[in-house]
Each structure stands twice: as C-alpha cells, then as structure tokens.
Ligand binder design. Structure first.
Ligand code: DLL
Length: 433
C-alpha cells in the first residue's frame, strides 16, 4: 500500500493545487518586489509589477533568473529577509564558476526537510527504518537535507556523510540500515565493494535507496538494484531552490513528482525562452512559492528534461519530471552532434559493463575526438588482444548507433578508474583546458 508523508498535499485534487499556487504566487511576487531590489529591477526593466501577476497563468510575464544573476548578486544581493532572520547557508561546489550561496530561514529549513521526508516515505520509509545518509554533509545540501527528512519521518538516522567506504559498509550491516541515501555513483561503488567482500544481494539489510544529485541512467538503476537487493529511487534538487527534494520518485519509479505546493515547474526552449507544452523536452525552470530567505522566481536550472501530468499509479497528483538527461552545460557538442554522457552510459551498461567510465574529449587537427574509456568487469577481464579488440569494436558500433558518431573506445583494467564518493566526474573536456 502506498504511504504518504503529507497525503492531503501530495494527493491534493488539481483544482485545489492550482488555487493554492495562485495564492502563493501572488504573495511571493509581492515579497520579492518589496524585499529583493535586484529582482525588482529586472521586473521594472520588463515593465511588470506585482499587480500584473494575478495567477499562475501570468507567470510567463516574469523575467528569468539565471546562474549568472546569482553570481552577480553574490553574496547578499538576492537575500529576501533581514540578515537576523536567516539562520543557515548552503552552497554549491562551484565547479563551474563562483560558488552560489543560498540562504534559509528556520521555516525554509522546515519545509525543505518536509520535502525530503516525502521522498523517504515514498521510498517506503517509516519510523521503524534505519536510514544511513551517505551524502556529503556541510555546505553540500545532500547530507543536511536527507538528514532532516529522515528525522521528520522518525527513522533512526546514521549521519555517516560520504567517504570511508568500509566504515559505511560496517554501519549498514551492524546497525541493519534499511535505507541508503547517497549519489548513484557512490551507491554503485558501495555495491561493488560489498560484492568483493562476499555479500550477495540477500545478505544486505538495505531495502531502498534514495539516489540523486547527478544524472544516472535506467540501466544503472537496474545494476544497483540487483547488486544491493533494493529498490532504487531517484531524487532531484538543487542548492538554489533548497537542495534535494524539489522532486522525488514514488513506487512507480517512473519520473519524479515535483513538490508543487512549493515549486512551480516550467519547461522552456533554452534558446528563445518560450514556454513549451508538457511532454516536450527543454530546460527546467522553477519558481519557489514559499522560500523566504532566497525566493527565486523563474530560475533557469539548465537541466534538460520533460514534464508529464499523466495520472500516476501511486495516487500523487503532482506533476512528474523525467530523469534529467543532464545539464545543458554538460551536453557535449562533438563534431556538431549533441551528446549527453548519460547516453554513453546507457550503451556501456547495455553491453554488460559497470558504470566505471570516463569520457575524454579533445580537438586534434581541428577535429573533435571522443574517447570513451571503460573498465572491463572482473568477469570479462582478459589480456587476449584479439578479444579486447573485438569487445572494443562492439562498443564502437553500439555508440555509433546511439549517438550517430564514431567514438574511440579503450577498455581499461578493472579498478583503474577512480571511484566517486559524491558526484562522479565523467567528462574530461580537453578542448576547454
Ligand atoms: O545536487 C542537490 C541534491 C542532493 C539532489 C542530493 C539530490 C540528492 P547541487 O549540488 O546544487 O544540488 O546540484 C544541482 O545536480 O541542477 C542537476 O543538474 C543535478 N541533479 C540533482 N539531482 C539530480 C538527479 C544537489 N536526480 C544539480 N538527476 C541539478 C539528474 C540531478 N541530475
């Protein structure tokens, strides 16, 4: 039987949800206009005032906010409350530029943790569960968010943070952890390590995993589920909007329900900014309806995805987003062809490889090159050159039919690619160095 953390919200009839969003949006736009001069200026430039926003149908009139705005306004330019009312910051890792710092009031933290609690309950969590949180703690939102959600559900929470893999495994087994929260790449690594230590899927007490913070393929989900003997659920979020729990998967394991009482999702054409109909692929844009300290309106995530309002078997009524294919800035353009690392991952896993790979892009003699390095699994390991070449050729063909592009494939020895404890680094683009 499907369980909900807040059934009255999660299963709210659509008309009521729209009414709620209309009311919240009107209030939120006023809050931003009154308290965030940076965004007010953007509204003035576009000739929009709070009086123009009467319902979510007017959302498209508002200007977008982008990561560049967040950088320009760093650190306090988008703070929506007096400093004395803000109680926490979280921050992105800053790998693609200056860090983004997001602020929270105590109410913001409570609502964020409720979103994470919804995700844990959707994955089958109750107060009987032992929940190991192996996302990083600190400035990264993964650890604090799921930790708070786990408390709200009443799970016994193990705040291991990431790293120290053998200790993670010890706690899972000794304390009988039933729910694991970490990045999918770290879950795969934990699975690999446990297999080496002799654990089969039935020996591991875990029953569910809540994995997100990076793009991962359906094939990788199957792999993790089989190795750990669990159901693996996707969770999505970003620091700018709170952290994990903007959306989460339910028992259907087919897309993530957006917490629509707090966030309005739109899909836009990344080039023109035009709002696209449900089912069309484009860039995800979110408006936060309740955030007090960091209230972002029409924030462009750069994540490429689709939305669906089809009825879900779980009973939740909130719109679903598909697994993001990746960020528009992770999309590689190789000899004019758009390539997402997740497409490459799908091919590799379909041919029986594990998700231990690296994509190296370069430009040689004015031509882009794509080199996919993938580890042989211990079972397929061989030093017979003929066999290796045949396997490489098979993958070259598989990639050609997925991407329409000739890649070079290099099979490397098991364990030669560095494992990730947080977000995996899959791509080395030497053209940018
Ligand atoms: O990664 C928040 C998070 C923590 C989500 C733990 C889920 C679990 P940031 O570090 O700000 O926040 O990175 C946000 O990560 O814009 C996406 O590109 C990517 N991302 C997050 N979740 C998923 C997912 C956290 N489930 C950025 N699938 C986002 C694909 C994801 N990409």
């Amino acid at each position: 039987m499907e369980r909900y953390f807040q059934p009255e919200i999660e299963c709210m009839p659509r008309e009521e949800m729209i009414k709620l969003q209309n009311e919240k949006l009107v209030k939120q736009v006023r809050h931003v206009w009154d308290n965030v001069p940076y965004y007010r200026k953007k509204m003035e430039e576009k000739g929009v005032t709070p009086d123009d926003i009467k319902s979510i149908d007017d959302l498209h009139k508002l200007p977008f906010l982008s990561k560049a705005d967040l950088r320009e306004a760093y650190p306090y330019g988008l703070l929506g409350v007096p400093l004395k009312d803000a109680v926490r910051i979280q921050s992105t890792s800053g790998t693609t530029g200056k860090r983004v710092v997001a602020f929270y009031t105590q109410k913001d933290i409570d609502l964020w943790e409720e979103c994470c609690a919804r995700a844990i309950v959707a994955a089958g969590g109750t107060d009987e569960d032992v929940c190991q949180v192996s996302y990083g703690y600190g400035l990264f939102t993964g650890g604090p968010g799921l930790n708070g959600g786990s408390h709200k559900v009443g799970c016994l929470t193990i705040p291991t943070s990431s790293g120290n893999t053998d200790r993670q495994i010890m706690f899972i087994n000794d304390l009988h952890a039933t729910i694991l929260c970490c990045t999918p790449s770290y879950a795969a690594y934990l699975g690999e390590r446990m297999k080496e230590m002799g654990y089969g899927p039935n020996d591991i007490p875990l029953k569910a995993g809540i994995f997100g913070a990076e793009a991962w393929s359906e094939e990788m989900r199957q792999d993790i589920q089989n190795t750990l003997g669990i159901k693996a659920y996707d969770i999505y979020g970003l620091t700018e909007l709170s952290g994990p729990g903007v959306s989460f998967e339910c028992s259907a394991q087919k897309g993530m329900h957006v917490n629509e009482d707090h966030f309005i999702a739109e899909i836009i054409d990344p080039d023109t900014g035009e709002v696209l109909p449900d089912g069309t692929q484009g860039e995800l844009v979110f408006t936060s309806l309740d955030k007090e300290a960091f209230p972002l309106l029409r924030y462009r995530t750069r994540d490429i995805c689709t939305l669906s309002r089809e009825k879900c078997t779980c009973g939740r009524t909130h719109v679903k987003m598909a697994k993001p294919r990746g960020r528009s800035d992770d999309m590689l353009i190789i000899r004019g062809v758009n390539v997402f690392p997740s497409q490459i991952e799908t091919v590799l896993l379909n041919y029986g490889y594990a998700a231990n790979y690296q994509i190296i892009v370069d430009r040689v003699n004015m031509t882009d090159t794509l080199d996919v390095q993938v580890e042989m699994t211990p079972e397929m390991f061989t030093d017979n050159i003929g066999e290796i070449e045949a396997k490489q050729k098979e993958l070259v063909d598989g990639l050609k039919s997925m991407l329409g592009l000739k890649a070079k494939v290099t099979l490397v020895n098991p364990k030669s690619i560095t494992r990730s404890e947080g977000k995996a680094v899959r791509v080395i683009d030497k053209r940018k160095i």
